[in-house]
Design a protein around this ligand. Structure first.
Ligand code: TEU
Ligand code: CA
Length: 555
């Protein structure tokens, strides 16, 4: 297995809109991030993944880009970006940019030209089709954010494809000029000195030519068999690798909905010349009752099964990305842990232990290191996210589902849970802004905030800091081989990591009960590397506290 910096790194995701507002307009910005670099350095992370900061009309908070080489007005200027990059590099922190090239904004100049006529030079940059008849789109596909995936355009009386919102038309990657323009743009950022790309829905860039109807489960058909992991996706990524990625010392991580372990070995194989890693979603896509919406927690055995399969099957062949949450997912502690006040800190630390001891590169989503929780939504008016707003309308206002049934599901999983402002201190608006925040601050900021946690050596923050530092001292955390123990347990996630003669035992309780546990012989009497509770581990028989986690180290 090759050793590389991005395997050894810990990556911290910033959602700029909600991180830190430097000028009082209620919106986080680049200078706000620069102001907080010392905080991130103190935490110890190596890389920042910046969610999109490009010019955008913000239909989907920056994932709808109207100019790839300009900064969003809300976030500042290109000079501010250059300063952020320089200041980050001065602290040995790398910056990975979000690359959103499955689609652009409908306000991108390529699309504005494309829609004007059937024969202009940008027409073929997007995916245009005739309708079946005047009222009917080319096929039955539904978009990710509700409604048909096709939008009729009056100008030329044809439909364009948008797998996401109507303001996010899909680019036509089969057009070599599209690929060339995207690669040129990527090189422009690389030449500026950025350190890599996180590639938005990169598994969806290649569509089948035929585009037949998809299976319906309700109003619309499923596009995924014809758009996810499509016919030319690997060819295009190899071309991107050859023309751009291989020319720089950068890292790449693909966001790949629909990826399997087999496909991951192609997308991110050690020798396939595509990407360095991919994000898989099996452990976060579990159990939708109404589309993706559900209030069910995933049974631990299923979670362990998924994670273990990825750990085992990628070993030596491809590299895992490790995450509990991101800007599209609810808060980790509310979803996989227990956010009741008596268990929040201990379960957040347990989850951190469980994730950082796995094989792969760990990603921390802003506020996770504080144990930030889901937001207590009161009404649909609290939503800012296009997906939550459209879904509520589709299922409840226009559909036939009752509010009482849908509400617990949408509030458990809404993307807005992750997007409330970072909680910096106990002052008004959690120190995020001196103005009015664009989305409400979680009212628990008086108890849960960075200032309080930095000052408390027992905090979730300091626990993360310790885990990150330990990774630098213990190559077994990075390169050790994974093995699951006690597979049948419904409450404990126990595994080992082995590197040559060194071995870690990782024990994590996902239960709010006390549990008796017998330490495997070979670890009895070995030193404890980290634990989230005061306990001793020198006798084999122990009683685990609720959400206890510990790691023993045998050399
Ligand atoms: O997300 C794409 C994706 O995989 C969706 O399934 C995503 O989980 C979405 O939230 C639906 O629930 C990426 C970005 O991460 C997301 O923020 C964007 O909205 C989307 O692409 C379109 O660019
Ligand atoms: Ca601002």
């Amino acid at each position: 297995m090759n050793k590389t910096w991005w395997k050894e790194a810990v990556i911290y995701q910033i959602y700029p809109r909600s991180f830190m507002d430097s000028n009082g307009d209620g919106i986080g910005d680049l200078n706000g991030i620069t102001d907080k670099l010392d905080y991130l350095k103190y935490l110890g992370i190596d890389v920042i993944w910046l969610s999109p900061v490009y010019k955008s009309p913000n239909d989907d908070n920056g994932y709808d880009i109207s100019d790839y080489q300009a900064i969003m007005d809300d976030f500042g200027t290109m000079e501010d970006f250059d300063k952020l990059l320089a200041e980050a590099h001065r602290r040995d922190i790398r910056i990975v940019m979000d690359l959103v090239v499955n689609h652009t904004s409908d306000e991108h100049q390529w699309f504005m030209a494309s829609r004007k006529s059937k024969d202009n030079e940008y027409r073929d940059y997007y995916i245009w089709r005739e309708g079946r008849d005047e009222q009917t789109p080319p096929n039955n596909w539904g978009s990710c954010f509700g409604g048909s995936a096709w939008q009729y355009d009056n100008e030329t009386q044809m439909y364009y494809l948008h797998l996401f919102s109507t303001k996010q038309p899909d680019l036509n990657w089969d057009n070599p000029k599209v690929r060339e323009d995207v690669f040129t743009m990527m090189k422009w950022w690389c030449d500026k000195g950025i350190d890599g790309f996180r590639m938005d829905v990169i598994s969806m860039i290649s569509k089948t030519k035929e585009m037949p109807d998809g299976k319906t489960n309700g109003l619309y058909g499923d596009y995924s068999p014809y758009s996810v992991n499509g016919p030319n996706v690997h060819k295009y990524l190899q071309e991107m690798n050859e023309k751009v990625l291989s020319k720089y010392d950068i890292m790449s991580v693909g966001e790949t909905p629909g990826v399997t372990t087999e496909l991951a070995k192609q997308y991110a194989g050690e020798n396939t010349h595509e990407l360095n890693m991919v994000f898989q979603f099996e452990h976060v896509d579990y159990g939708g009752k109404y589309g993706k919406w559900t209030d069910e927690k995933m049974p631990l055995r299923i979670l362990k099964n998924i994670i273990s399969r990825w750990q085992t099957e990628l070993y030596g062949a491809a590299w895992n990305s490790l995450f509990w949450n991101n800007h599209d997912q609810p808060r980790a502690v509310s979803r996989f842990g227990d956010d009741r006040p008596e268990y929040r800190e201990v379960s957040a630390k347990m989850l951190a232990t469980c994730l950082h001891m796995l094989q792969g590169t760990p990603y921390i989503y802003q506020g996770e290191e504080l144990g930030m929780t889901n937001y207590p939504f009161q009404s649909p008016d609290d939503f800012r996210d296009i997906e939550s707003i459209n879904s509520y309308r589709e299922w409840c206002t226009e559909g036939h589902l009752s509010h009482e049934i849908f509400w617990p599901c949408i509030t458990f999983k809404s993307r807005d849970n992750a997007r409330t402002p970072m909680q910096w201190d106990h002052t008004e608006h959690a120190g995020f802004t001196t103005g009015t925040p664009w989305i409400s601050v979680n009212p628990n900021y008086r108890e849960i905030n960075a200032e309080a946690e930095v000052n408390n050596p027992d905090s979730v923050f300091h626990y993360y800091k310790k885990l990150i530092a330990m990774r630098k001292q213990n190559p077994v955390m990075v390169y050790g081989k994974y093995q699951l123990l006690f597979e049948e347990s419904e409450e404990l996630f126990v595994y080992t990591r082995t590197l040559e003669t060194e071995k870690l035992l990782v024990v994590c309780s996902f239960s709010d009960r006390e549990i008796t546990f017998i330490i495997p012989d070979e670890f009895v009497g070995t030193p404890c590397l980290i634990s989230n509770i005061e306990n001793t581990y020198d006798h084999p028989d122990i009683v685990l506290h609720p959400y206890e986690a510990f790691v023993l180290h045998r050399k």
